[in-house]
Design a protein around this ligand. Sequence first.
Ligand code: ADP
Ligand code: MG
Length: 297
Amino acid sequence: MSIKVQSVSKSYDAQLALHQISFSAKKGEIIGFLGPNGAGKSTMMKILTGYILPNEGEVSVNDIDVLSNAIEAQKNIGYLPEQNPLYVDMYVKEYLQFQASIFKVPKERVQEVIEQVGLTPEVHKKIGQLSKGYQQRVGIAAAILHNPEVLILDEPTTGLDPNQLQEIRTLIQKLGKEKTILFSTHIMQEVEAVCDRVIIIKKGELLLDKPLKELKESNEQSVEVTFDYKIEEQFIQKLPYLKSFKNNFDNTWYLTFDAQEDMRPVIFDFAQEQGLKILELSSQNQSLEKLFKEVTN
Ligand code: ADP
Ligand code: MG
């Protein structure tokens, strides 16, 4: 496993930041780590990268125990912290050479990462003169200097304009072809655009951990249907794939299904069997965004 987190809990004094979190990442996966502010995303990432210790639990990266062997584990990890601390007065190349010397990486590697993250046109500028998007590229370049197999990116797209955001997403996808990436965000569309898997946490609790494909395919359908006559609950319950039902007004039902097939024709047939007519019917596929709202609200 590239990343393995088992029953991790962490509190800052009385403040519980993570409660019994477990998840893992296979080699080459891109995982979106999603949650509202204060959910515990940064805390989880600091634990994964060996910068802070949990109160309980186990963490390994590339099968190296991070808690007992942080230095060795860090050789396998590239980390872009949330605020991306950079030396604004240093030139791009100078900064990366400085980082390379700290990590004992050969100087030639600097030119390679500059090309890899698309920094070439800005390479002679001071970091402080760069746009936020290019500054993020500098942070990502520094994180991949030692060619780690696992990348941990804490909100890499926060504060970027739409163009920069798209560029950084594309870069994440490109890096994800070779590396395992865990990146945090509070933007659902971003997860939809680049991830293989989504993990949602809220108030330190893990709420969801699923492949994106599964989420998209198992999209819950919700159907609102009005019949011409009243129908009893026990008949409604005969509908296949029914997950929930609600009847606010006499003849109108709010139904949700967990089905691959379109449930509308099934409901038409059902109505006919019951001797009812359908006066109105509307169906909606639950988007990921809606799911996110539901899970986090
Ligand atoms: P996120 O990155 O999802 O916004 P954080 O991991 O930064 O969440 O924070 C999780 C919770 O832990 C929050 O309630 C936050 O206030 C608290 N917290 C984070 N860091 C510290 C700290 N160094 N000291 C005290 N509380 C902290
Ligand atoms: Mg954070």
